[in-house]
Design a protein around this ligand. Structure first.
Ligand SMILES: [Ca+2]
Ligand SMILES: [Ca+2]
Length: 437
């Protein structure tokens, strides 16, 4: 005769393994078990089974670090015993009660969360342990919503770069430096009072000045890299094999740059198509997918990870760096010569890039030196809010931004717009490159 406990244990194992084959009945009132196959009566406690457990919901679907996570649980017990739910966040953590079948975790840490859950019935039978695996995402920093200070611009740049595991500055295969620009929002264009003020200068550019309105909110939803400088003559020649620049030792403007090393001067005499070809060739060099398909007069946007020209919204957003003033350093024109080669300071020619002060994002020569081709066709602004605008779908001229070495201060502002036919080449036509992350 086996001891009572051993019999009970053996029977429990048999029942667990052969549920559905061996059926046990409870002998009412006696606390005995009748085994229907063998007809034996033993002094056994009633047979009981563990409950099952199931996850009903997990909220939110993409939990962020510092936030909370709520998991709702349900379960069933074969005997309809009362069920309690338990959880723990690791094999070394104590089991805790999930009151009302709800687990709420707050103060989440970035990384992978492995939550163990189980159910226990009132007869102390415990379900299998289930593991719920959830990625906790690092919290996104706040968007760079203008206006913000120069210090804040740097902080946005650093925190977003860190969040996206990117560098604030990268150097490409041509030795060209590119600056990380965080996503954000800004007011594009000039307010009417500003437009009225510059039109008051009786400049023949009234039409261009007026096209700075209506000022409208723009969202820049993706971080990107923008060349810290205009593309230089050396970079252009290294990649394209030619230096078309007017202000070069062999160009028509060679007398203006006599005895000067112009290799770090901005390349000019490049058309919009030349700039597009440069971007594509640089993409190929770095095994990136070319952004454009260029066939004769036709350029199709393929998208992809390659280099391209910035949109004028991206150019203005990066140029403003959170400011709402005429220039990224304020409204005081007398400070422009610290930041730009323009008619007052340039002496009628281009100058070495990176020679003056940068804007808060670390971009040089945004104003003056050479015009910077943008990707957009030129067109009037619409009034409403837009996200990542790319300009009209067709047109006759491509946007250029920033003014040049022979324009005065009012033509070298963040909001100033101008456009040229994409085939045109001037000794003031240059560009800087855009690269997605
Ligand atoms: Ca049970
Ligand atoms: Ca420029």
């Amino acid at each position: 005769m086996l001891p009572w406990a051993a019999v009970a244990g053996l029977l429990a194992v048999i029942v667990l393994v052969t549920v559905g084959v061996v059926t046990a009945f409870r002998n009412q009132g006696a606390g005995e078990v009748v085994n229907s196959d063998q007809g034996q009566i033993n002094s056994q406690p009633p047979e009981n089974h563990p409950p099952s457990i199931k996850v009903v919901s997990v909220e939110p679907q993409m939990p962020e670090a510092g936030g909370s996570l709520t998991i709702r649980l349900t379960g069933r017990d074969p005997e309809d015993d009362a069920i309690a739910f338990e959880y723990r966040t690791g094999p070394n953590s104590p089991w805790q009660i999930a009151t009302d079948g709800r687990v709420t975790l707050s103060g989440l840490q970035a990384g992978i969360l492995n939550l163990e859950i189980r159910a226990r019935d009132s007869a102390a039978h415990v379900s299998e342990v289930k593991t719920l695996t959830k990625e906790i995402f690092a919290a996104a920093p706040p968007l760079a919503v203008a206006p913000f200070s120069a210090d804040q611009a740097k902080r946005y740049q650093e925190t977003w770069a860190k969040h996206l595991v990117a560098k604030v500055e990268i150097e490409n295969s041509l030795g060209m430096k590119l600056r990380f620009i965080p996503p954000g929002e800004f007011m594009m264009g000039s307010p009417q009072v500003e437009i009225d003020a510059v039109v008051e200068t009786h400049d023949p550019w009234h039409g261009w000045f007026r096209s700075e309105g209506p000022r409208h909110p723009v969202k820049v939803t993706q971080a990107f890299y923008l060349g810290s400088c205009e593309v230089t003559q050396r970079q252009y020649e290294d990649l394209m094999g030619v230096n078309p620049s007017h202000f070069s030792p062999t160009g028509p403007g060679k007398d203006a740059v006599k005895d000067l090393d112009t290799s770090q001067f901005p390349v000019e005499m490049v058309s919009w198509f030349d700039a597009v070809d440069f971007c594509n060739k640089l993409s190929e060099k770095e095994q990136r997918l070319p952004y454009y398909a260029h066939d004769g007069d036709g350029v199709t946007i393929l998208g992809g990870t390659g280099y391209r020209l910035p949109t004028e919204a991206e150019w203005e957003y990066a140029s403003r760096a959170g400011t709402t003033t005429r220039w990224f350093f304020g409204d005081n024109e007398t400070n422009l010569s610290q930041h730009a080669w323009f008619s007052f300071s340039a002496g009628g020619r281009t100058h070495r890039v990176e020679g003056l002060l940068a804007n808060p994002f670390g971009l040089y020569d945004l104003y003056g030196n050479v015009w910077e081709w943008c990707s957009d066709w030129y067109g009037e602004y619409a009034a409403g809010e837009v996200s990542d605008p790319t300009g009209p779908t067709a047109g006759s001229a491509r946007v250029v931004r920033g003014g040049t070495h022979f324009f005065d201060a009012l033509h070298c502002r963040s909001a100033l717009r101008y456009a040229d036919h994409p085939m045109e080449r001037y000794h003031s036509s240059g560009f800087r490159v855009f690269c997605g992350r």
